[in-house]
Design a protein around this ligand. Sequence first.
Ligand SMILES: [Zn+2]
Length: 351
Amino acid sequence: MMKTETIQLAGDVPGNGIELRVLRFEGKDREATSAYLQSSLHGSELPGQAALHFLIPMLEKAAREGRIAGDITVIPQANPIGSAQWMAHQHIGRFEFFSSTNFNRSFPLLENFDTSSLPAIDGPVPLAERLKAELLRQALPHEIVLDLHCDDESESYLYIHQAFLPEMYDLASALGSTAILSWDSTADAAFEEACAHPVLQLPKTEQKTRAVTTVEFRGLSDVNIDTGKSDAEGLYKFLVHRGVIVDTSIALTVDFNGPVTPLENVEMIRAPQGGMILFHVDIGAQVKAGDKLVTVVTVPGDPAGDIILTAPQAGRVLTRRGHRYTRRGDDLLKLLGSRRSENAKPGSLES
Ligand SMILES: [Zn+2]
């Protein structure tokens, strides 16, 4: 049966502690693959939380029927700090208020699965660091780690380290992902990288049995009953395929044939000046080099102030920003190219 554990983390000042709710299913088979799933590390990114909301009753049913083979740990709200960050009626869940650090950066990178060097839960370090350490302690004992996020306006896609490809096409197939962004090293230490890092020190054959990813379940507003249920079914199907759950009624066809794009081939279209954003293309659009992507209106009413941004190369529009008012230098759109972007830089695509 499902066990619910509530982990208390003391605040950095008295009276500001948080609670991390951890759901556990114990597998019957010690040899079976285990899985960890978390969502909402960026506070208000909820499509993954919706998926878990519908997945958990499916896992409970499997548990009642004795079909959980490997241990499963689920943290539907992985970031109680970010989830509670509101300012002037707006939610801000990506960066921690105190340090301005992205909640999905600066995780400790461990050389192996020994977590004893991580900050203790009551150690003398800020709460955000203790939370990151706790999430790693929860995740690292599992062979499968799925960190569920979303983009602004986006297709459903995955970040996957090159070492786990093409084996992880099964996840892309189960979730109906339209693209995979493959990475080698980002050095920004996202949760995914921190979970992959010790795995990448293992022999290649053992790496291939693992699955570590950041799932981008579409855009911020794509929080619906229908997509939540279908994403839950996709996750379930993947867990069955990997032997974490036994369900003979499920068969996965691995048929992913979308683009697998190295991070350096992603064209990050950025605003050269601030202003109003008018998009010429929707997500999923296939464009040619030179096609119009975005107009930035710098002087409303004066077309001479318009800046038209075009596609540096042919490709697929994967994401658009959700806002329509930009600052100079801000990201506007991701375009999946087939050759290295002239603007490619090391590290994650976004801050
Ligand atoms: Zn995120």
